[in-house]
Design a binder for this molecule. Structure first.
Ligand SMILES: *Cc1c(COP(=O)(O)O)cnc(C)c1O
Length: 390
């Protein structure tokens, strides 16, 4: 298409949006009146717990919160983060310098390379991975270097195989565990190895822990900051979005190395004006209030996971049972590729799943199902899949 106002190179250079075709087919199916089961988007279907909503409503009515918030976030919110972090991970943080409030963790991820990456610098990013790492790198003029994630490695990148000439140009390493889209979890030994690697090669280690609280069967994912010396090189992103069903509210935070956070904060000062204070007060309520809602959410996802994994296994699919996140990363049955399978599931069964290749070339061979619909719809999805011949 010829545009009257052509996009800048930084936009044009982004990889094509591979989900656009699926989105279009989904819209067409909805227009035709198909009863769609949408396992596509990773957006919790359950509501935000009522005590958090109530706190927000009170705070929204208070005129003191109607003005510009502070850039780095309310001190009380950052203190609540530090307390939550100490209780959850046993890591002590200085709320003044080691906690930064974000407009959702996506915002903090997207802005990070702008603070530290020069044109030509390499940024190491997982493939498959959350697409923002790559886009953010490209916007800053950096060069993304893909770290392939293989099932044989438990979807942990082989850091030692990165060529030396890449490492010489590399300034930043993004990791994400529990992982979207593969649902893999990192053992503490791997996080320790990543910290040692970042220290040795002078890399900024950005660990995206958006799913640290969405875990099953009693499993508790670790923080990279629990690793001795991690604070010298690492920050960690957290989000209230997935933990408390608050994706629409836009609040998250980054914690860890004060210099790295100051750089990110400097970018933010020039771009945004912080998070609505009423939302920060609701965030404090989320972090300091009763936590049984989190266990209840996990229980719901766990049941959905079991219905999907066991259902597909009965159909002869080979589906590993994830220990965390609300995704199931499903190996595509032999003879298919992820895009073609996604299209067939949509056109023949009215089911939306995300083709793995949309998360990077090494996502090919997999399709991602998000457990964000009621369990009876998941049962129905398995039933529909059993009726199509793959
Ligand atoms: C959902 C998600 C985020 C972003 O969450 P926010 O709503 O922006 O806090 C970050 N990383 C990963 C891997 C995600 O899946």
């Amino acid at each position: 298409m010829k545009r009257r106002f052509p996009y800048a190179t930084r936009l044009r250079q982004l990889p094509p949006y591979l989900f656009a075709e699926i989105d279009r087919l989904k819209q067409e199916a909805i227009t035709r009146g198909t009863d769609i089961i949408d396992l596509g988007v990773g957006d919790p279907d359950l509501p935000t717990p009522p005590h958090i909503v109530t706190r927000m409503a009170e705070a929204a009515a208070d005129a003191r919160h109607h003005r510009y918030p502070s850039y780095e976030g309310l001190m009380e919110f950052r203190q609540a983060v530090a307390e939550w972090y100490r209780d959850r991970f046993g890591v002590v943080l200085d709320p003044a310098t080691e906690v930064l409030t974000l407009i959702g963790s996506k915002e903090g991820i997207a802005h990070m390379p702008l603070a530290f990456i020069e044109p030509g610098d390499a940024v190491l990013i997982p493939d498959p991975g959350y697409p923002v790492y790559q886009a953010a790198t490209a916007f800053a003029g950096g060069t993304p270097y893909a770290l392939p994630l293989y099932p044989s490695n438990g979807f942990l990148p082989d850091l030692e195989s990165i060529p030396l000439d890449v490492l010489r140009k590399a300034k930043m390493l993004f990791l994400n565990y529990p992982n979207n889209p593969t649902a893999a979890c990192a053992p503490e030994a791997f996080l320790a190895q990543a910290v040692a690697f970042a220290r040795r090669h002078r890399l900024i280690l950005c660990h995206d822990a958006a799913y640290s609280e969405i875990a099953f069967d009693g499993f508790r994912p670790s923080s990279v900051l629990s690793v001795e010396g991690a604070k010298e090189v690492a920050i960690e992103y957290h989000s209230l979005s997935k933990t408390y069903n608050m994706t629409g509210w836009r609040i998250g935070f980054a914690v860890g190395n004060a210099d790295i956070l100051a750089g990110l904060g400097r970018i933010k000062t020039n771009v945004d004006s912080g998070v609505f204070q009423a939302i920060q007060l609701a965030g404090i309520e989320a972090l300091k209030g009763p936590q049984d809602c989190v266990a209840a959410h996990c229980k719901v996802y766990q049941e959905r996971r079991d219905v999907l994994v066991e259902g597909l296994t009965r159909l002869g699919w080979n589906v590993p049972r994830p220990r965390a996140t609300f995704y199931v990363w499903i190996p595509v049955p032999p003879g298919h590729n992820s895009t073609e399978l996604a299209k067939r599931l949509l056109s023949e069964a009215g089911i939306v799943m995300t083709p793995g290749v949309g998360f990077g070339p090494h996502g090919e061979g997999f399709i991602r199902a998000a457990l964000t619909v009621p369990v009876d719809q998941i049962r129905e999805a398995v039933e529909r899949i059993s009726k199509i011949s793959l």
